[in-house]
Ligand binder design. Structure first.
Ligand code: DI6
Ligand code: FE
Length: 406
């Protein structure tokens, strides 16, 4: 892999760009930062002499943000896919010793370098499609050294690939086999040892819990949130995916950045999220893979003005998805988001779900240059096609990172 610094600088004047705001846009990039954006005709004379990057009439959008992934793990679980095809439910697979715990075994066995290589290949697919910031969760180690290994890999991926990575500690993802029947003791370990140690090493940007009948209770979730609060770390939650546990309301009380999945979210949960300013992260890849039929309450979220993000939830069990654009398509087709909602869902609102709203998800003066040129004429095409890779050029962290000119 060529070092990220070897990619050409994006500094200069980008012309021949179209967006929903205009069809002859220009963007000025200087020292990797957006210096100016507007109609070409209004370009200040001071920028007129800069070297030109001709966009060739491409549609331009902010760099995409994938705000919920479990990208780093050992092995894969195609066998469970086959079990489910034969009729087993996700919960039955988990009870039969498959599920998250089988990825835990494979992750513990893998070296840091092996995880870096396998997750790096997956990351490359997302980057090639315009992702400029990504969240990566732990949660397949479930022991201090293995959670550390996952989070270290996530940090290394960010450096090696020149992409913004936000790490989320998900030690409370599943009960590791050695703690069978001792859930409360495991939560003690998460709160008293794992989280403080990993936070002290600078490996944790946020804290998440899988709050569900097959995972951790509301009371256990709150213990983890208290530990996060003591360390001044923001929280997120896998909330109401398979049942309504009241997790979203709890998360909102802790000022959660986001509540994710939310298929079974109640009106009380929606109201609490609105009050707290939490983002609802919609994960159509998991809904699709599990052949779920319980739609998230889109109309009620919309009516309440709760921002909706869309993400891959990339993970080996319920969403082996490596295309954020496919999730945009599914968010529209399955969840009935409008095209502008779905695009906001993988840009502005996804950035907010990671606390990155001041630097990512928008093309604006003073922000790092992260934007995508598409071989498309209009934004609706981003949701309309599936299976094609319409990227022309990705500018990431001020460099021409993918596609034409890279
Ligand atoms: N919810 C999910 O959909 C994934 N994790 C979670 O908390 C599933 C993870 C897996 O099956 O490996
Ligand atoms: Fe998830």
């Amino acid at each position: 892999m060529k070092s990220f610094d070897a990619h050409p600088s994006a500094d200069g004047l980008w012309t021949g760009l179209r967006s929903h705001g205009g069809d002859d846009l220009a963007i000025v990039v200087g020292q990797g930062t957006i210096r100016w954006i507007g109609e070409r005709a209004a370009l200040p004379a001071a920028h007129a002499g800069l070297p030109v990057h001709d966009g060739g009439g491409a549609l331009v959008t902010p760099g995409l943000v994938d705000c919920h992934t479990h990208l780093v793990y050992g092995g894969q679980r195609a066998n469970e896919f086959a079990m489910r095809l034969a009729g087993a439910s996700y919960e039955e697979v988990a009870k039969a010793g498959g599920g998250i715990v089988s990825s835990v075994r494979a992750t513990r066995e893998a070296s840091e370098d092996e995880l870096f290589a396998s997750a790096g290949a997956r990351l490359q697919s997302l980057l090639a499609e315009g992702v400029c910031a990504i969240e990566i969760k732990s949660g397949y180690g479930l022991a201090l050294e293995h959670e550390r290994k996952q989070l270290r890999v996530a940090r290394r991926l960010g450096q090696a690939h020149g992409v913004t990575v936000r790490t989320t500690f998900l030690g409370a993802h599943a009960l590791p086999p050695e703690y069978a029947g001792r859930s409360s003791d495991y939560i003690d370990l998460v709160c008293r040892e794992m989280l403080p140690a990993l936070a002290a090493e600078g490996l944790v940007d946020a804290v998440d819990v899988f709050c569900e009948r097959i995972a951790f209770s509301l009371e256990e979730t709150e213990r983890v949130f208290q530990a996060a609060r003591a360390l001044d770390l923001p929280v997120k939650l896998h909330a109401e995916q398979l049942s309504d546990m009241g997790g979203a309301a709890l998360a909102a009380r802790y000022g959660a950045l986001s509540c994710d999945h939310v298929e079974h979210l109640s009106q009380a949960g929606i109201d609490a999220m609105r009050e707290a300013g939490s983002v609802a992260v919609l994960l159509p890849g998991a809904y699709y893979t599990l052949r779920d039929t319980q739609l998230p309450p889109i109309a009620a979220l919309r009516a309440a003005g709760v921002p909706m993000a869309v993400s891959t939830d990339h993970n080996p069990g319920t969403s082996p998805a490596l295309s954020l654009l496919l999730m945009v398509n599914m968010a529209c087709t399955l969840f009935r988001l409008t095209v502008p909602e779905a695009i906001d869902g993988v840009t502005r609102h996804a950035a907010r779900a990671l606390g990155l709203q001041d630097t990512h998800g928008d093309i604006a003066v003073g922000r790092p240059a992260n934007f995508v040129l598409w071989n498309l004429r209009e934004p609706a095409e981003m949701a309309y096609w599936f299976g094609q890779r319409p990227v022309r050029t990705v500018v990431r962290q001020g460099r021409i990172a993918e596609g034409v000119g890279a």
